[in-house]
Design a protein around this ligand. Structure first.
Ligand code: IMP
Ligand code: MG
Length: 195
């Protein structure tokens, strides 16, 4: 599942010694979210309980917000929940240890749950979360990630929905950060430093 592409042509935005090169446009993100919402809505049967969209803070914040409102347009109610984990320490590589910084507030027992993540990189975070949440007896547990870097995978994770497959480059924007910066960029860009 997912689309592979990379647009190297644009030079992008220069800020000091670093450059933001557009990889996925705002409009392409928007179109993809519609597709993902349709897939989610088609795969989860109607029930008297809303779908739990479980956003992984902070990177998934814009994705979760847009996805949940598109699901509403498709006639599906969602309950928004959040978890925060850390496997990441400021720079551009993962530490390998997944620590729960904030757990979900509600029970997920007998509920349809979709974990909403910004990016699947080594796979450590989502593999850990799937195992942990699976012990809490949800009715269904699925994973939806906007981005995936297949070449960076260390731990295999089955993802139910993948927006875009991207090269193993560090990206920012649309929720993704470099040291807490650039999350509010409307599109997704490759982050180049010291060129
Ligand atoms: P994983 O556990 O290695 O799969 O890492 C997942 C987390 O690392 C994501 O939720 C992001 O917070 C962060 N991450 C991985 N790749 C990038 C990137 O290219 N830009 C920004 N954050 C990233
Ligand atoms: Mg994240």
């Amino acid at each position: 599942m997912g689309t592979s592409f990379f647009r190297p042509a644009k030079l992008g935005i220069f800020i000091g010694s670093m450059r933001l090169e557009e990889l996925i446009s705002e409009n392409d993100v928007k179109l993809k979210i519609r597709e993902l919402a349709e897939q989610i809505s088609n795969s989860i049967p109607e029930s008297d309980q809303p779908i739990i969209l479980l956003g992984i803070l902070k990177g998934s914040v814009h994705f979760l917000s847009d996805l949940s409102r598109t699901l509403w347009e498709l006639g599906r109610e969602c309950q928004l929940e959040f978890m925060q984990v850390s496997s990441w320490h400021g720079a551009t590589s993962s530490s390998g240890v997944v620590q729960i910084k904030k757990d979900i507030d509600s029970s997920i027992e007998n509920r349809d749950v979709v974990i909403v993540e910004d990016i699947l990189d080594t796979g450590r975070t989502l593999s850990h979360l799937r195992d942990l949440l699976g012990t809490r007896h949800p009715k269904s547990l699925q994973i939806c990630t906007l981005l995936s870097k297949p070449d960076a995978r260390i731990v295999n994770v089955e993802c139910d929905y993948i927006g875009f497959q991207i090269p193993d480059k560090f990206v920012v924007g649309y929720g993704l950060d470099f040291d807490e910066r650039y999350r509010n960029l409307q599109y997704i860009a490759v982050f180049h430093q010291d060129e």
